[in-house]
Design a protein around this ligand. Structure first.
Ligand code: NAP
Length: 250
C-alpha cells in the first residue's frame, strides 16, 4: 500500500453527470481521485482521463452499490491505490421509473433504498474509519448528494426515491454531530432539476418542469460541482451538518 502525498477524494458514481463534474472540479482543485461506476467503464475512463489532464492520479473501480460487498471492494481499492482519504462524495444514485406508490414492487423499493441510502451510510462509515482522528486519521469532509425531492416528496412519481433521500438528509445531520470533534465535517447538497442522463431517461421531464423553476432554467452538473468544491475547501470550515439546496430556487 502506498500513501499519497496529495489529498485524495472518493467520488461514487463518478462516471457521468453530477459525479463526473465533481470529479473534474476536485481534480482541478488538486485532489487525486478514486471514481466508481456501476456499468459504464468507457465513461469512467473518459472522466479519469480528464482528471489526469489536471495532474490527478486517478483510479476507477466498478461497484454496483446494490451488490453485496461493493462498499468493501471500493474501500479496499482506495487503501491499495492511495492509502488515505480526505473527501468522500456520496453521489451514486438511482431514479426509478415514475409510478404511483400502489404499483411499487419489493424489488424496486429495495433497490432504491439499497443504492441511495444503505450504501451511502455504509460508505460514510467506512470513510469515518479512515478519516477520524479517533481512529488515527487526519480528518476530512463527507458530502452527501441528496435531492430536492427529499423535501418536495415526489408525489405521483417517486415517493420511494424522495424517502431514500430524506433519510440521507437526517444521516448528514446526525453523523455530522457524531464526528464533529474528530476532524470530520459532513454536509449535503439537494440538487433540483439538473441536466444529466438521469433526467434524459425520463423524456419531457425537464421541458415540463423547467419553466416552473424560479431562475427559469434547469441547472448544470458543473453548478452542483462548484458548490462541492467550495464545501470541501477551507472557505467552508465552519459548516457542518447542513444540506444546501442547489436548485435555482425550486
Ligand atoms: P446519472 O447521470 O444517472 O449518473 C449516475 C451515476 O451513478 C453514474 O456514474 C452511474 O454509473 C452511477 N450509478 C448508477 N447506478 C448505480 C449503482 N447501482 N451503484 C453504483 N453506482 C451507480 O445521475 P446524476 O443526475 O448525475 O445523479 C447523481 C446524484 O445526484 C444521484 O444521487 C441523484 O439522485 C442526485 N440528483 C440528481 C438530480 C438530477 O436532476 N440529475 C437531482 C437531484 C439529485 P454508470 O455510469 O456506470 O451507470
Amino acid at each position: 500500500m502506498t500513501t499519497s502525498e496529495r489529498p485524495v477524494a472518493l467520488v461514487t458514481g463518478g462516471s457521468r453527470g453530477i459525479g463526473a463534474a465533481i470529479a473534474r472540479a476536485l481534480a482541478a482543485a488538486g485532489y487525486d481521485l478514486l471514481l466508481t461506476y456501476a456499468a459504464n467503464a468507457p465513461a469512467a475512463d473518459a472522466v479519469a482521463a480528464d482528471c489526469a489532464s489536471f495532474g490527478a492520479n486517478t483510479v476507477v473501480q466498478q461497484a454496483d452499490a446494490a451488490a453485496l460487498g461493493s462498499v468493501e471492494r471500493v474501500f479496499a481499492a482506495l487503501d491499495e491505490g492511495f492509502g488515505r482519504l480526505d473527501v468522500l462524495v456520496n453521489n451514486a444514485g438511482v431514479l426509478p421509473d415514475a409510478a404511483r406508490t400502489e404499483t411499487f414492487s419489493a424489488e424496486r423499493v429495495s433497490r432504491v433504498l439499497t443504492v441511495n441510502t444503505a450504501a451511502v451510510v455504509l460508505c460514510a462509515g467506512a470513510a469515518v474509519r479512515r478519516m477520524s482522528t479517533a481512529h488515527g486519521g487526519g480528518g476530512g469532509v463527507i458530502i452527501n448528494i441528496s435531492s430536492r425531492a427529499a423535501e418536495l416528496g415526489g408525489a405521483g412519481e417517486f415517493v420511494d426515491y424522495a424517502m431514500s433521500k430524506a433519510a440521507v438528509d437526517i444521516m448528514t445531520r446526525a453523523l455530522a454531530n457524531e464526528v464533529a470533534r474528530e476532524g470530520i465535517r459532513v454536509l449535503g447538497i439537494r440538487p433540483g432539476l439538473i441536466d444529466t442522463d438521469m433526467n434524459a431517461a425520463h423524456p419531457g421531464r425537464l421541458d415540463r418542469l423547467g419553466p416552473s423553476i424560479p431562475l427559469g432554467r434547469v441547472g448544470t452538473a458543473e453548478e452542483v460541482a462548484q458548490v462541492v468544491g467550495w464545501l470541501v475547501s477551507p472557505a467552508a470550515s465552519y459548516l457542518t451538518g447542513i444540506t444546501i439546496d442547489v436548485s435555482g430556487g425550486r
